[in-house]
Ligand binder design. Structure first.
Ligand code: 1PW
Length: 212
């Protein structure tokens, strides 16, 4: 995979993460996020604190998946089942990651909330409902911001203002000229939406949506 962001690659990874029976495979989910990190990195250093947090969350999930209990981390569904059964959901002493208080479920919950933001933001861009800075702030205020303290909300607000206007932003997606990129975006949003909805239902069913 190249270092350059490709929207199509991200869509492919999230699409591949979905099994026929609507399980979500963790490896491909992580791969999709790795692609998104490339976008964050290409947006400049003001997005560095966001990219750093995502990279950190991904490495926790990768270490769980690569650890001795890795088979349980094949899918989001198997992860939830394993961590619930083993009393690891709330953190505790996780023998796998070696990190106290960090479960796969709470780590993934942060990415899950961020995926909602991305889905709202990209949906707005694809429908041309405003400029990227405005749409990004709006999407953030409708999703992730309620989970963030003031200091992060203000840093995020500053970063969003640095987003490029619509056409340069569409070109950064590496999906062709703006009209083509809009089409690819239109295909991306439902895929992100499906992954989001399945995860939301899974977490809601097990009462995991407010993990500290
Ligand atoms: C323009 C494309 C944007 C797509 C990627 C969206 C990623 C959003 C990540 C926001 C991270 C903000 C800074 C970090 C905050 C953490 O405190 C927070 N992490 C998240 C992902 O919300 C909560 O994690 P914590 O502190 O409970 O481990």
């Amino acid at each position: 995979m190249s270092e350059e962001f490709s929207l199509q690659e991200v869509i492919d990874s999230f699409r591949l993460s979905l099994s026929d029976s609507k399980e979500i495979f963790l490896d491909q989910y992580v791969e999709g996020w790795r692609g998104l990190v490339k976008l964050l990195n290409s947006l400049g250093s003001v997005f560095g604190f966001i990219s750093k947090d995502v990279v950190n969350k991904l490495s926790i999930l990768v270490s769980l998946r690569g650890g001795p209990e890795g088979a349980h981390y094949l899918s989001l569904q198997s992860m939830v089942q394993y961590e619930l059964q083993s009393g690891l959901v709330e953190g505790g002493d996780n023998p796998v990651s070696g990190t106290r208080g960090v479960s796969g479920c709470r780590t993934l919950l942060r990415l899950h909330r961020a995926l909602r933001w991305l889905q709202l933001f990209l949906g707005g861009v694809s429908r041309d409902e405003g400029t990227p800075p405005t749409l990004c702030s709006l999407a953030y205020s409708q999703s992730l911001s309620q989970h963030h303290p003031w200091v992060i909300r203000s840093a995020a607000g500053l970063a969003f203002r640095m987003l490029p206007p619509r056409d340069p932003f569409l070109r950064m997606l590496n999906a062709g000229e703006p009209p083509q990129a809009v089409e690819v975006l239109g295909g991306a949003v439902p895929v992100l939406g499906e992954v989001y909805t399945i995860t939301e239902e899974l977490y809601s069913k097990h009462d995991l949506l407010n993990l500290p």
